[in-house]
Design a protein around this ligand. Structure first.
Ligand code: NAD
Ligand code: SF4
Length: 441
């Protein structure tokens, strides 16, 4: 049984409200943190080994220590709640059921970073959640945990919730900042990183919802204790949103020592694949990370079990491994068609490209067109090579990671499932009535 840190109280009725949250130990970590110096709080976060839970896995303590502190310039914390990665819905769960965990995490983090005005930028499609967050903010304020002179410490903090307008690209941190400033969400060139020049050109830390919520248990139990949970550089717990062909889709908290096999088949988590079907492949970290076939998903190239953590999932690099990413775990059974699946993703990235850079703007469109052709049984063998060539020209040649995110799924699909692409070319008449999965397993 995995240790629960974030979701340990999620089952309690009314935990969404201040009174119940407080009754179960809520805001005790914030009280503790406000008695510590900001350097002591930072040290706990560093020692914890917490890595960014939005997808990149960048060490949170290191990011915080990069925050520039020029004299007289305000600093900000911005929580990235623009969770839009297909297959990823863990932050929605946290905000909907445990809004005070996020507010408490923001209080501790803002105090540590010296932010007096912090923001939550939330995905527009999560239309009902801003009301929940704003109610929680009001409750925290009424109880003296937000506003002026919090708990008599002299520290002031206001938190504002800003709704996005439905663009995936606004989850990219610099596009998010542009949007928050009231402009079109076009990503900026990095460096400078937001830690130096962020919101209104002020030093800004942008962190994912889950990363900020995790600061609460880190302060509660201490960074060193937190670091003992998990394995290697995959410390603490991680939320995984599981979906696709599994018996129990949902949000699970894991401690990153369990194997992928256990996660898929154990009743504690996904509960196996419906109707006794075989596992074909999985995308373990949200749609941007490479798809992995079942044989490489359950074992690494060295024959070791693959674990649900940053290192093990990436074992073998992009050729054979994948990434932990945002923890959006998508399972495909034997009946699913990888070509159809890849085409759906290509359409998504093409639609969401902001259009600033040519390889992404044009390349995503061409990848979608070619995939559509192949999927319909109208492709030629050379189209597969053309597709490979286009994704190679996008990767690493764009302003923001959306270009890479569009290229990787196509590269991994061709690398691992080229036979399916060839089947579509060789069986044009069957493509009209059935897909590769149903025809071949
Ligand atoms: P990144 O690796 O460029 O940066 C990670 C973080 O570290 C950023 O906040 C960046 O500012 C900071 N950073 C890195 N180097 C720094 C330095 N030298 N100084 C100061 N700060 C530094 O990755 P990213 O663009 O933030 O994120 C990409 C990831 O986002 C992908 O892995 C993808 O899986 C994920 N993603 C998630 C969602 C979602 O819905 N959760 C949506 C889209 C993409
Ligand atoms: Fe825009 Fe795509 Fe370039 Fe990112 S990679 S800046 S989404 S065009």
């Amino acid at each position: 049984m995995s240790k629960k840190l974030l979701l340990k109280n999620a089952h309690i009725e009314g935990i969404r409200y201040f009174e119940t949250y407080r009754k179960h130990g809520g805001y005790e970590a914030a009280e503790k943190a406000l008695k510590m110096t900001t350097d002591e709080v930072l040290e706990e976060v560093k020692v914890s080994g917490l890595r960014g839970r939005g997808g990149a896995g960048f060490p949170t303590g290191m990011k915080w220590s990069f925050l520039a502190k020029p004299e007289g310039v305000p600093r900000h914390l911005v929580v990235n709640a623009d969770e839009s990665e297909p297959g990823t819905f863990k932050d929605r769960y946290l905000m909907e059921f445990l809004p005070h965990l996020l507010i408490e995490g923001m209080l501790i983090s803002s105090y540590c970073l010296g932010s007096n005005t912090s923001y939550i930028y939330i995905r527009g499609e999560y239309s009902w959640i801003p009301d929940i967050l704003e109610e929680a903010i009001e409750e925290a304020k009424a109880a003296g945990f937000l506003g002026k002179n919090i708990l008599g410490t002299g520290y002031d903090l206001e938190i504002y919730v800003q709704r996005g307008a439905g663009a995936y690209i606004c989850g990219e941190e610099t596009a998010l900042l542009e949007s928050l400033e009231g402009r079109r969400g076009n990503p900026r060139l990095k460096p400078p990183f937001p830690a130096v020049k962020g919101l209104w050109e002020r030093p800004t830390v942008v962190n994912n919802v889950e990363s900020i919520a995790a600061v609460v248990p880190i302060i509660e139990i201490g960074g060193a204790e937190y670091a003992k949970i998990g394995i290697g550089r995959s410390t603490g717990t991680k939320l995984i949103s599981a979906c696709g062909n599994i018996n129990k889709p949902g949000v699970y908290e894991i401690d990153m020592t369990i194997t992928v096999e256990e996660f898929i088949y154990s009743d504690e988590y996904c509960g196996g694949i419906p109707n006794g079907k075989k596992l074909k492949a999985c995308i373990p970290g949200g749609s941007s990370v490479p798809i992995v076939p079942a044989n490489l998903l359950l074992k690494t190239i060295n024959g070791e079990p693959r674990y649900m953590n940053y290192e093990s999932l990436a074992d073998g690099g992009f050729a054979t491994g994948t990434m932990m990413g945002s923890g959006g775990f998508i399972v495909l059974d034997e009946d699913q068609c990888v070509v159809n699946h890849t085409m759906t993703l290509a359409r998504f990235y093409n639609h969401e490209s902001c259009g600033q850079c040519t390889p992404c703007r044009e390349g995503t469109g061409w990848m979608y067109k070619i995939l559509k052709k192949i999927e319909k049984g109208e492709g030629k063998m050379e189209d597969i090579d053309l597709l490979w060539d286009i994704q190679r020209k996008i990767e690493g040649n764009t302003i923001c990671p959306l270009g890479d995110a569009a290229a990787w799924p196509v590269a991994a699909a061709i690398r691992h499932f080229r036979d399916e692409f060839e089947w579509h070319v060789n069986n044009p008449e069957l493509c009209q009535t059935q897909n590769y999965g149903i025809a071949n397993y």
